[in-house]
Design a protein around this ligand. Structure first.
Ligand SMILES: [Zn+2]
Length: 270
């Protein structure tokens, strides 16, 4: 499943490829089979659609229009690809045809993705419950630390809770906790404010590194240009059960926390 870094990499990639002028000639819905029906309101059918920016909120891409926003979520297996000549591939669902002839095609074999128009970004239902963005100014502030410190849940579960913060997927949670030296089984209450502060910084660093590396390459995921990310080659603990810790040589531990595989070093993480 594409994670925040992959979506951010894709956003940057698409932004570079955004034609100038960024006017959409046609928006084609090839099948109505995504998670929600694909349709534009009738009032928009005859108006020119001009994309003025591409933003990201959590794992959603937001194409900004004068009339509102187009919101895209890649679900489990979605990807956008950019091409100049249409290559018909199974499971293509949406085509953005630009005025210069470029095509952006949304492909999604498992169809858990979303592509929707909303007249008002502030009223998009998907965003109403979302926690903080890891790269926002508020992320390192005291309210976040207090929220974590007030919880009896395992710290790994807290940082993976999208209502608290977004974008910390299972791989990134294990990696960030290792870098911060915190045992993932500890509860929020058991970790000092200073160490939580350090963890938040490590979460940012882990995500930044993944973005720089092109995101974790996931089976179903590819960049807009079709390249694969390479973050998965650099995991320090994730997926390394029984192997030696890169820092101290102890055996990497593995256990499921809330059904999610978790990896850590008993010696380096307390
Ligand atoms: Zn270690």
């Amino acid at each position: 499943m594409p994670e925040l870094p992959e979506v951010e990499v894709l956003r940057r990639d698409l932004l570079i490829r955004l034609p100038k002028p960024s006017r959409i000639r046609r928006l084609l819905f090839l099948s109505p089979k995504l998670r929600t029906p694909l349709k534009l309101p009738k009032s928009m059918h005859d108006k020119p659609l001009v994309v003025t920016g591409i933003q990201r909120r959590s794992k959603f891409l937001i194409f900004t229009l004068d009339q509102g926003v187009l919101v895209s979520h890649l679900g489990m297996s979605g990807c956008w690809r950019a091409e100049t000549v249409r290559s018909e591939i199974k499971h293509d669902h949406v085509i953005i045809e630009w005025e210069n002839g470029d095509l952006w095609v949304y492909n999604d074999p498992r169809r858990f993705g979303v592509f929707e128009f909303h007249p008002d970004l502030s009223k998009v239902k998907w965003f109403s419950q979302l926690g903080l963005e890891p790269f926002s100014d508020e992320f390192l502030a005291k309210p976040v630390i207090d929220k974590i410190r007030g919880s009896d849940r395992a710290i790994k579960s807290i940082i993976m809770d999208a209502k608290v913060m977004v974008g910390v997927g299972n791989i990134y949670a294990s990696e960030a906790l290792f870098k911060a030296g915190i045992n993932p089984l500890k509860t929020g209450k058991q970790v000092s404010s200073e160490r939580i502060q350090r963890l938040l910084i490590c979460i940012r660093e882990t995500l930044s590194k993944a973005i720089e590396g092109g995101g974790s390459s996931i089976r179903d995921y590819a960049h807009a240009s079709g390249e694969k990310g390479n973050f998965q080659n650099e995991h320090l603990v994730y997926g390394r059960s029984g192997e030696k810790c890169t820092h101290c040589g102890s055996k990497i531990q593995a256990k499921k926390i809330q059904g999610r595989s978790t990896f850590w070093c008993r010696k380096c993480q307390s």
